[in-house]
Write a protein that binds this ligand. Structure first.
Ligand SMILES: [Zn+2]
Length: 418
C-alpha cells in the first residue's frame, strides 16, 4: 500500500515517470526549446510534479508507471488553438473549380464557399457530424495534439450553432483530446438574412450568445472581420455582447484586406487576432499593448495560394507572441497535420522552427487563456506530453508528411496505440 503524499515527506509519489528522454520543455527564456538532454519527468494526479535531468531525479520519487522513451524527444502536447473541424460535407469539388480558374470571391458569390458548408452542416445529423469530426480530431490527436480549439460557424442559426458546439464537446470526450469551444456565429451572413445584416448581427448578440452561455457550451466568442464577412462595427457589437457574458473574444482579422482588425481586436482586449496577413504596423503595436496573441495560419495561405506574409518582423520587434494553428476547415485549410502547419509557418512565413513549435505549445496555450495549465513542461502544469521519434526538435518542422509521434500522454495517462 502506498502511503499518501503527506506521509512520505516532501516528495510526492509519481503516478507516471517518463525517463530516458530528451525534453523540449518550451519554457520561455530557458534557452533554445528549453532543452533538457537525458531528462526525466514525473507526474501525479494528472499534473507534472518534477522535470529535470534524469541524473538529478530525486531518490524518493516513486513511480507507478514508467515510460522509457528510449532516447526519444518529449515536448508539451501540441495545442491547436484555431480549428473549424466540425462541419458537414467537404469542398473538394470547389477546390477543383478553383483550380479550373474560379476565385474564392467568385465561388462565394455563386453560393459556394462558407454558405455551401452551412447547407451541408444544417442538413447533417448529429451522428454524421460527430462521426466526421471525431475522425479529424483523432487524426490530430495521433499526431501529438492534446488540446484543440473548435469553432462553430457553419450553422448560422441558433439551433445549429449550439448543435455544433455540442458536437465539439462530444468529440473531445470521445477522443480524449481536450477541447475548447468557440462560438463563431459571426462567420458569414446566412442566405436568409441576405437583406438584413443588422438583423443577423442582432440574432448573434441577443439570441445566439445568450443561448450558448445558458447551455454551458461556449468558452470564447469569435468573429470574421472581412469585406466578404462582417464589418469592424458589426464585429465590435458581437464583442460587446460577449463582454456582457464575461466571454473572452478572438477575431479573424486582416486576412485578405486590412480592415483594421488587429487594432479592433486589441481595443476589445481579445485573446488573439488570427490570420493577420494584411495587418498594419499600428495594428501590431496595439496588439502588443493589449497582450493580444497573433495566431498565424499558414495552412490557409498555402491552400489559397496567397503569398502575402503576415508582419512577422513587426510581431518580433513589438513582442507580440505568435501562435501557429492548423485552421482545419473544409474551405480554406483542410490541414490535418499539425507538423505540416509548423513546417509551413517556417517556409511561408519565415518563423524559426523554435518559434513555430512555441506557437503550437506555449503560445497556443496563451491564445486559449490556458498558459497556466498547459503548453510547457513545468511542475504544476497538466501532464500532457507528446513523444517523438526524432533526433532534434527542429525535425518536427523539417520533415513533410512524416509521422514521428510515437506516444502521447494526456493528464498523466499514456496512449501508445496511435
Ligand atoms: Zn478560422
Amino acid at each position: 500500500v502506498t502511503p499518501p503524499p503527506s506521509a512520505r515527506g516532501d516528495v510526492t509519489p509519481a503516478g507516471l515517470l517518463v525517463r530516458n528522454a530528451h525534453l523540449a520543455t518550451m519554457v520561455g527564456g530557458a534557452g533554445p526549446y528549453g532543452v533538457i538532454r537525458d531528462g526525466a519527468l514525473a507526474s501525479a494526479g494528472g499534473r507534472i510534479t518534477w522535470v529535470g535531468p534524469e541524473a538529478s531525479l530525486p531518490a524518493g520519487l516513486a513511480a507507478g508507471e514508467v515510460l522509457d522513451a528510449g532516447g526519444a524527444w518529449v515536448t508539451p502536447g501540441l495545442v491547436d488553438c484555431h480549428t473549424h473541424l466540425v462541419f458537414g460535407g467537404d469542398r473538394a469539388g470547389e477546390f477543383e473549380r478553383r483550380l479550373q480558374g474560379a476565385s474564392y470571391e467568385e465561388i462565394a458569390l455563386a453560393g459556394g464557399g462558407i454558405v455551401s458548408t452551412v447547407r451541408a452542416t444544417r442538413a447533417a445529423t448529429d451522428e454524421e457530424l460527430v462521426s466526421s469530426a471525431r475522425g479529424r480530431l483523432e487524426l490530430l490527436g495521433r499526431r501529438g495534439v492534446t488540446t484543440a480549439e473548435i469553432k462553430s460557424g457553419y450553422g448560422l442559426d441558433v439551433h445549429t450553432e449550439l448543435r455544433m458546439l455540442r458536437v465539439a464537446r462530444a468529440v473531445g470526450e470521445a477522443t480524449g483530446v481536450r477541447v475548447q469551444t468557440t462560438l463563431l456565429g459571426a462567420h458569414a451572413l446566412p442566405p436568409e438574412y441576405r437583406d438584413d445584416r443588422a438583423g443577423y448581427v442582432r440574432l448573434v448578440c441577443e439570441a445566439m450568445i445568450p443561448a450558448a452561455v445558458e447551455a454551458g457550451l461556449v468558452d470564447a466568442v469569435d468573429a470574421f472581420c472581412e469585406e466578404i464577412a462582417f464589418t469592424p462595427a458589426e464585429c465590435a457589437r458581437v464583442f460587446d455582447a460577449a463582454a456582457v457574458h464575461g466571454l473572452p473574444v478572438r477575431l479573424h482579422a486582416d486576412q485578405r484586406t486590412d480592415q483594421g482588425g488587429a487594432a479592433l481586436a486589441a481595443r476589445h482586449g481579445a485573446r488573439s487576432a488570427d490570420h493577420l496577413e494584411h495587418a498594419s504596423v499600428d495594428g501590431v503595436r496595439a496588439m502588443a499593448e493589449a497582450g493580444t496573441v497573433a495566431v498565424l495560419l499558414p495552412g490557409a495561405a498555402h491552400f489559397l495560394r496567397d503569398d502575402t506574409v503576415p508582419p512577422v518582423e513587426a510581431f518580433r520587434a513589438h513582442g507580440v507572441p505568435m501562435a501557429v494553428a492548423t485552421d482545419l476547415n473544409p474551405g480554406s485549410s483542410p490541414l490535418l497535420d499539425p507538423l505540416l502547419a509548423l513546417g509551413l509557418a517556417c517556409l511561408l512565413f519565415g518563423l524559426t522552427p523554435e518559434e513555430a513549435l512555441a506557437g503550437m505549445t506555449r503560445v497556443g496555450a496563451r491564445a486559449l487563456g490556458r498558459e497556466g495549465e498547459i503548453g510547457t513542461l513545468e511542475a504544476g502544469k497538466r501532464a500532457d506530453l507528446a513523444v517523438w521519434r526524432v533526433g532534434h526538435p527542429a525535425e518536427l518542422c523539417y520533415w513533410m508528411g512524416a509521422a514521428p509521434c510515437v506516444a502521447v500522454v494526456r493528464g498523466g495517462l499514456v496512449v501508445t496505440d496511435l
